[in-house]
Write a protein that binds this ligand. Structure first.
Ligand code: PHE
Length: 446
């Protein structure tokens, strides 16, 4: 039962993390440097025997599904670029943690921002107790370099290594990669900040709310792991929630409306997610919880208890700066970047779209073969259309009453962020997508 819930839980947060209530896409004249998607056609080329990512060579195998376009994001490190909106959010979070946990001589939290996003399946899954049959391990959800390596799907992939290296309080910032749908708030690459804090029993005892040391609970309950005392878990929960509530108040103002929901992750128990009210809707900003003691024990730590949290940076930046489209974070255009050139990281910035270009909408309907993966089609569209694809959605599904064959109708919305995209250009990309879908995915156009 718990495993089941946990499975659904991770999936839900992994996905819902980025399903920011879709704000209308007002496109601006800013854009990532747009390559001609017709000139590069990655889908038609066969997977080479080895691939280079971030200066390293990896052998490919039947698990390889990372495309040249996706691996080209590795090393861009936009979150390290001074005055990039994601850099601003990162700096504000670090400043908040340093203020809240000053440490005796230097800030308590160590910031780790230079870890390669190519990790092992052991790091991304096993080290944090993700079960062997967990959905997030599937090829259709993650970008695999090969059977043993993938582009990290979350910054939690580094928890265990850092604990083993002796860190007790740390923040990990980095780019994370997930195969997903396409719209104004979903992008295959986004950024997370992981926070971890360990405490010894004597540190917890200093808390005025800490009543007495009792024996461990021994059985797991909804609020406490078997090896923790309820008192220790309660003090940790108070510290964790207090820290994160203070963080969103420091970002969005003291009056921000927030709420806590119970959540499930294989690596924390109990677990929560925090939502804030945005445009009258609840928006999920982060997941967190008391770390599974086994993760600490496996790292050789037996006398401390820990909490962990994972914060989505784009979500905060989009809400705080009113950035309408997640693709804008990759913009090289000075019209976009210059709006974030501020001396004070706390300065209130409201992003202004410089201008607006029209969309081109094309639909495609096809019969799908038996083992059709929706994410494979998204990937193909992404590869063929590059930055010109703003959104892909299913607008109709149909099962033939006699043959039982299934057909899908997708709507693909194209838009150039710097100029008007001609109908001809959109049509030729669309035709190309159709052709490659037939060749590579075995669909049959209706
Ligand atoms: N890794 C989780 C995610 O990406 C977030 C998380 C981090 C949850 C740490 C709990 C503790 O969805």
């Amino acid at each position: 039962m718990i495993a089941q819930l946990e499975m659904r839980g991770l999936q839900r947060v992994l996905w819902s993390y980025r399903s920011l209530s879709s704000s209308p896409c007002r496109c601006s004249s800013t854009s990532p440097s747009v390559v001609d998607p017709l000139a590069v056609n990655e889908r038609t080329s066969k997977i080479p025997e080895s691939i280079q990512i971030g200066g390293h060579t990896y052998r490919t195998d039947s698990w390889t599904n990372v495309t040249p376009r996706i691996s080209s994001f590795v090393g861009k490190n936009i979150y390290l670029r001074k005055n990039h909106p994601l850099w601003l959010i990162k700096e504000r979070i670090i400043a908040y943690f340093n203020w809240r946990y000053p440490g005796r001589y230097s800030p308590a939290f160590t910031v780790v921002d230079n870890l390669s996003p190519v990790v092992t399946t052991e790091q991304n899954f096993d080290s944090i107790l993700v079960p062997a049959d967990h959905v997030s391990r599937s090829k259709s959800d993650s970008y695999y370099v090969n059977k043993s390596h993938l582009l990290r799907a979350h910054t939690s992939a580094h928890q265990s290594d850092l604990l083993r290296s002796g860190f007790r309080e740390f923040l990990v910032v980095g780019d994370v990669y997930r195969r997903d749908e396409i719209n104004a708030t979903h992008y295959p690459v986004f950024h997370q900040m992981e926070g971890v804090r360990l405490r010894y029993a004597h540190e917890l005892r200093d808390d005025p709310d800490f009543k007495a040391i009792k024996s461990p609970a021994e059985v797991r309950s909804p609020g406490c792991q078997e090896s923790h005392t309820e008192e220790a878990a309660a003090v940790m929960e108070k510290d964790l929630k207090g820290c994160l509530e203070g963080l969103v108040k420091s970002l969005f103002g003291q009056k921000v409306e927030l709420r806590w929901n119970e959540s499930f992750f294989p690596f924390t128990h109990p677990s929560w997610e925090m939502e804030v009210k945005y445009n009258n809707e609840w928006l999920e900003l982060l997941g967190c919880g008391i770390m599974e003691q086994k993760i600490l024990n496996n790292a050789g730590i037996h006398d401390q208890i820990g909490w962990a949290c994972g914060i989505g940076l784009e979500r905060i930046a989009m809400r705080l700066y009113e950035i309408p489209d997640i693709r804008l974070f990759w913009s090289e255009d000075s019209g976009f970047l210059s709006q974030f050139e501020v001396d004070n990281i706390r300065k209130l910035i409201k992003y202004k779209a410089v201008s607006q270009f029209p969309q081109c909408t094309n639909d495609v309907s096809f019969w799908i073969p038996e083992h059709f993966e929706k994410n494979d089609f998204y990937e193909l569209v992404r590869d063929c259309g590059g930055e010109l694809v703003e959104q892909v959605k299913i607008i109709d599904e149909f099962t033939h009453p006699k043959s039982g064959r299934k057909s899908l109708c997708y709507r693909i919305i194209y838009r150039h962020m710097e100029k008007t995209l001609t109908k001809d250009k959109a049509n030729s990309i669309h035709k190309n997508i159709e052709k490659i879908a037939v060749d590579k995915l075995g669909v049959q156009i209706r």
